[in-house]
Design a protein around this ligand. Structure first.
Ligand SMILES: CC(=O)N[C@@H](C)C(=O)N[C@@H](C)C(=O)N[C@@H](C)C(=O)O
Length: 693
């Protein structure tokens, strides 16, 4: 079954859906980030293409929480606006690299994000705070309106001037080198050091000065003057409602080359710091204050070991004594992003559950968590101050993220979608949930996207898409890996959640722990075996693809079976030993796999490169040079190993992309190349080399 690619049709012919043409796909508005004010105003961040179509730019839109009026745009600037948060007086704070006569530009000429405020009644936004290294984030105290900011600062710089002078000195001397004395040195897509993040106390947002008057730059007090490499003061902060306390996750050494995080509390008036939760066997993340400021709820991640995967629970912590109790004991899911209810008697949180990322509620006086939402994946959870509603972003394979209103008392509900610019009117096919049973009896849940017209008379070619992580699951919309772009070209897309996937219980994770080539692989094959039995699927025309861990698995699939006609592998792990020493956080992986020199077993049994001779399937290798999570060496070595063996293969290389592909142009050629490669090998069409690569 093959459908014409609208890209080859006359440009003025209407495409049936925005997924048929990559240019239309790139132009769909993308909702991300939601903030609720204390008087119930709701704002979302919406990304759209800039006029040159070179990048996506975010703007803030106001959404009607009652769902009666259409959303309207609040901000407009070329660099865009993001990270919205309301102050109690109704002004809207956000970060933006938009120009301002008084804003400090980065001395390399790149404007950096600064803190801005939109007045309560609307009008012109004004600059609140600019730093040479930019404002990386901020927190607002819910009742008092005090503000703390995160800003990267050069070592030893006592104030903004010294920070700027040190940056200039390096620039003038032509120095970009960093001397490290502790591990790690990189994180996902950026280098660590020499500047590290500090937390500054801004206090109340300074009042607006009359037009034409130069206001004094606000005075900042460094709450973390001792912040040092590699991660400085961290990047997760929250303020108590009265602004008197600041909670943050602080990164500390864990063995000679490892890190873990603990929860610290600071008095914002004196800067005095005390460790609130510190557990040598766990990472402590986040920390949301109760409405009365007396408790905090945070996430405890029991660190993994060679024998056991990590496990997560919610801790309720008494601010005064530091006493912590487990709020979700016995709950066989991994809770995250907790928030107190308006009256402080309940905690709402998110957790992967059975191919969904649902909202849950747990009462402080005991009882098991209750799932509030039926389908979809939720994020950006916000609690209305009067307790009447929850607001969040909801996505799924049926919809990209859109703002929704959720009833805090109802169970397994479908939320009310609020008018917004990101709703998709029509998808090019339909979504089904399917399941299969593995040899050991485990249930393997999958999402199956079917193209329009797939039937027994017209069976669709099948694409197995493998998720990353691996401790994640397919449950939410992804612009990066969108099955509907492939469905619009006639493919059915199978997205299984094999062993190691989250949301199916701890035993399901254990089935694959340290044995990536075992149950995770066989579960995927079980899912494919079940789906190719369907009359609307063409069992002879199949391909497999995945990114990151999904890329590892795509490589592993290539070494284990010739059943697929083509394999696409993006940002993939190829040689597990080489990967472990060069990824940004080696200690994370060594917990599961062991030290490669002392405990080589898991590397030997699971590293795809050791089985390279078995590969017969044509492969498309994709990698970004700036990927510090799965370093480029993995892609280069894989490509060389394929070429050396004469395996039909191509290498789509992105010199300036990282673990993700972030620009519209590169995203376009990513999809175009994948589509062309699949068309050649799966559909038997002639190879069409994408023009621009
Ligand atoms: C510290 C760490 O490595 N964490 C993992 C979640 C991770 O980054 N895994 C990658 C190999 C991966 O698969 N990434 C996923 C999240 C992706 O989709 O890029």
């Amino acid at each position: 079954m093959s459908q014409p690619d609208a890209a080859t049709e006359p440009a003025d012919a209407p495409a049936p859906t925005p997924f048929h043409r990559l240019a239309d796909y790139a132009a769909i508005p993308r909702v991300g980030g939601l903030a609720l004010s204390r008087d119930g105003r709701l704002v979302i961040a919406v990304q759209t293409l800039d006029p040159e179509k070179k990048k996506w730019v975010s703007a803030l839109w106001e959404v009607d929480p009652e769902g009666r009026r259409p959303a309207h745009r609040l901000t407009r600037s070329a660099p865009g606006e993001s990270s919205p948060a309301w102050a109690p007086d109704g002004s809207l704070l956000f970060t933006s690299a938009r120009p301002d006569p008084e804003a400090t530009a980065d001395k390399n000429g790149e404007p950096k994000p600064a803190l801005w405020a939109l007045p309560p009644g609307g009008g012109e936004a004004r600059l609140v705070l600019a730093r040479t290294g930019g404002v990386a984030g901020f927190a607002v105290a819910a009742d008092s309106g005090h503000v703390a900011v995160l800003a990267s600062t050069m070592p030893g710089a006592a104030d903004a001037e010294a920070d700027e002078a040190r940056r200039k000195e390096r620039k003038d001397a032509g120095v970009s080198a960093v001397l490290h004395e502790s591990y790690p040195v990189r994180f996902w897509d950026h280098d660590l050091g020499p500047a590290v993040s500090h937390v500054y106390w801004l206090g109340q947002v300074p009042p607006e000065v009359p037009a034409g008057t130069a206001g004094e730059p606000p005075e900042l007090r460094d709450l973390t003057p001792e912040a040092g490499p590699p991660h400085g003061a961290g990047d997760e902060i929250s303020l108590s409602p009265d602004g008197r306390l600041l909670a943050r996750s602080e990164d500390v050494p864990d063995g000679p080359a490892g890190r873990r995080s603990r929860l610290v509390l600071q008095d914002t008036a004196t800067g005095e710091t005390r460790v609130l939760v510190d557990d040598p066997l766990a990472d402590i993340h986040g920390g949301a204050f109760s409405p009365d400021g007396r408790s905090l709820v945070c996430v405890r991640e029991a660190m993994s070991t060679y024998a056991e995967p990590p496990d997560y629970t919610l801790l309720l912590v008494d601010v005064e004594s530091g006493r912590a109790s487990d709020l979700t004991a016995g709950f066989d899911r991994w809770p995250s992003a907790p928030q107190f209810s308006a009256d402080g008697s309940t905690v709402y949180f998110l957790a992967d559950d059975d191919g969904r990322h649902a909202i849950f509620r747990v009462d402080l006086d005991g009882g098991q968590p209750v799932r509030l939402t039926e389908d979809g994946a939720y994020s950006d959870l916000q609690v209305a101050r009067d307790g009447s509603a929850l607001f969040a972003l909801r996505s799924g394979y049926d919809s990209p993220a859109v703002p929704v209103r959720v009833d805090p008392t109802a169970e397994r509900q479908q939320p009310v979608v609020l008018p917004n610019p990101g709703t998709i009117e029509r998808l090019p096919g339909r979504l089904e949930e399917v399941e299969a049973v593995a040899a050991d009896g485990a249930r393997v849940q999958s999402w199956l996207v079917l193209p329009e017209g797939a039937s027994a008379d017209n069976p669709a070619p099948l694409l197995l898409w493998i998720h990353g992580g691996p401790l994640m699951s397919w449950n939410s919309w992804s612009w990066r890996w969108c099955p509907w772009v492939l469905a619009a070209r006639g493919y059915a897309v199978l997205m299984p959640n094999p062993a190691l996937s989250q949301g199916f219980g701890q035993d399901f994770v254990r089935r694959g722990w340290g044995e990536w080539g075992g149950a995770p692989y066989t579960d995927l094959m079980t899912a494919v075996d079940a789906v190719v039995e369907r009359p609307d699927i063409d069992a002879d025309r199949t391909a497999a693809m995945g990114g990151s861990f999904g890329g590892y698995m795509a490589n592993w699939v290539a070494t284990q079976t010739d059943r697929f006609r083509a394999i696409v592998t993006h940002a993939s792990l190829w040689d597990l030993d080489a990967f472990t020493g060069t990824t940004d956080a080696a200690y994370y992986w060594e917990k599961e796999w062991g030290d490669p020199l002392r405990e080589p077993k898991r590397y030997e049994q699971n590293s795809p490169h050791r089985f390279a001779d078995a590969i017969r399937t044509p492969m498309l290798v994709i990698h970004g040079d700036k990927d510090y999570r799965v370093p480029i060496g993995e892609g280069l070595r894989l490509w060389y190993d394929l070429q050396k063996r004469g395996v039909p293969s191509k290498f789509l290389y992105f010199p300036d992309e990282n673990h993700w592909v972030l620009t519209p142009g590169n995203t376009g050629v990513w999809y175009e190349t994948v589509i062309a490669f699949l068309a050649e090998h799966v559909l038997g069409e002639e190879w069409q080399r994408p023009e621009l690569v």
